[in-house]
Design a protein around this ligand. Structure first.
Ligand SMILES: [Zn+2]
Length: 478
């Protein structure tokens, strides 16, 4: 027996086998079970979401020899012939190849005659938006007053191109793109029955790459089976698709969150070894950034449709909202750079570096003067002061604080608590408090007589912290 591609072999034969589309199924099943049959149905949605599949199942429901129901037997002659594509009273037409009015007239010529063997004559017109205006007019006449034994089933990816006169005579069903989760759930039993081993990660990659289309997912699975010649591994699927696994995108973002430039470059190096499609990689990165931004604003809006809810919410906590916005914009704007002359890897790395360098709170330290550029301990002059307050102070600052404590100050006050009138200007803004005051005796006296003296210390950020020192404590210190 010749090989049948998975997408055909695993085409659902009844409503119970259809993946997703619950909103459409419920309406159809209720209508069929209550005998409320319409004469024209329109299925819309992107490729591979099940438009013609649903139409064929509906044709079975109408014509099953066991009677009209939402649950065709799949055993009688009509059900089997519809499934195999040889049923006399099912006219399947691809409108894309028969757009002319003559074609439509020819098709509708016999519409008045009773079906050859079944209950209903079913016209299944795929890509119906491709019909010409004259064809639509010809069709409209029949749609206005259809014979009782005729059912029209239309499918289209582009319902906007249909005349409203047609639209208003059809029951419309919009099929949604399938989530990766739905696709993974559907592919699980397929793999089991086909006796094919497949790593869970590989399955998710295929489901994500399918872009909401079950047909694409099954085709990719076919391709992976041929590519791997055995168990399907995540690594092989990465090579086949050129799309990095989600885990790698998460690793990349984790490294970016911590500003670990070395790790970022190591991961792009790993990616380069997998011959990736950098545009797809950037897309994965951007769509993950989008999910992180949503996770920050509304964690409850992140569902587990991609099996990574927990990871997304955890990762979102590592970024500021500004970072995510900026990274997204830089990535989006920089997409075209990938296609400019030069190699894509360099362009991709430059994009990542740009994101880090221009972040509001630069995660990659920018070299300043003689302070060098590695690590996060050097002065970071552009950082907001509030944040630095929370950072562990440098040893010299700690020493200074300890000195103050040793001197008996119970509650050294911070800058914010000091009244404006109290400070005196020590002039150099540096570590000045320990230096003897001016030799002029008058000045010393004045200094000694002040109720509180501001002790100036400098923390690692260059921010001046002033502490109060009483005259007696000050004398004790010297
Ligand atoms: Zn049947």
């Amino acid at each position: 027996m010749s090989y049948q591609v998975l997408a055909r072999k695993w085409r659902p034969g009844d409503f119970s086998q259809v993946a997703g589309q619950e909103h459409v199924l419920r309406t159809l099943i209720n209508a069929l079970d209550n005998g409320r049959l319409h004469h024209a149905y329109l299925f819309t949605g992107t490729r591979g979401t099940g438009k013609t599949t649903l139409a064929r199942i509906l044709a079975k429901c109408f014509n099953c020899e066991q009677g009209v129901s939402s649950n065709p037997c799949n055993a009688c002659g009509a059900c089997r012939e519809i499934g195999e594509g040889g049923f006399l009273d099912l006219y399947e037409i691809d409108a894309a190849s028969r757009t002319k009015v003559e074609d439509t007239r020819e098709l509708l010529e016999n519409v008045q005659y009773a079906p050859a063997q079944a209950r209903f004559k079913v016209y299944l017109i795929d890509e119906v938006h491709m019909l010409s205006t004259h064809s639509f007019n010809a069709l409209l006449k029949t749609l206005e007053e259809p014979p009782d034994h005729v059912k029209f089933l239309f499918a289209t990816t582009d319902p906007q191109k249909l005349p409203v006169t047609i639209l208003s005579r059809c029951l419309q069903f919009h099929l949604k793109n399938l989530s990766p989760n739905t696709i993974v759930k559907y592919l699980g039993p397929v793999l089991e029955q086909e006796k094919i081993e497949c790593e869970q990660d590989a399955l998710w990659q295929i489901a994500t790459a399918a872009g909401g289309s079950m047909r694409d997912a099954l085709t990719l699975l076919d391709q992976a089976i041929s590519y791997c010649q055995g168990p399907i591994g995540a690594g092989s699927v990465v090579e086949m698709l050129g799309i990095p696994p989600r885990q790698q995108v998460f690793e990349l973002l984790k490294a970016m969150a911590s500003g670990d430039l070395r790790a970022v470059l190591a991961i792009t190096g790993e990616l380069a070894g997998q011959i990736p499609d950098y545009a797809q990689t950037l897309d994965s990165l951007l769509s993950t950034l989008h999910r992180l931004a949503i996770a920050q604003a509304f964690p409850e809006a992140i569902d587990n449709s991609q099996g990574d809810r927990r990871e997304v919410i955890e990762l979102a906590a590592g970024f500021s909202a500004e970072d995510l916005q900026l990274f997204y914009q830089i990535g989006n704007k920089g997409r075209e750079e990938l296609y400019l002359p030069g190699d894509m890897r360099s362009a991709f790395e430059m994009l990542l570096l740009r994101m880090l360098v221009f972040a509001p709170d630069p995660v990659v330290p920018v070299a300043q003067g003689d302070s060098g550029s590695s690590g996060g301990e050097e002065e970071g002059g552009s950082r907001p002061e509030e944040e630095l307050d929370a950072v562990e102070p440098e040893p010299e600052v700690r020493e200074a604080a300890a000195e103050i404590e040793d001197a008996g100050i119970e509650n050294p006050r911070t800058e914010a608590e000091i009244p404006e009138a109290a400070p005196i200007n020590m002039g150099n803004g540096g570590v000045a408090a320990e230096e003897p005051p001016d030799t002029a005796a008058g000045l010393v006296a004045e200094f000694e007589s002040l109720p509180n003296v501001q002790k100036l210390v400098r923390n690692f950020s260059g921010k001046v912290i002033r502490e109060s020192v009483t005259p007696s404590q000050r004398r004790g210190e010297q």
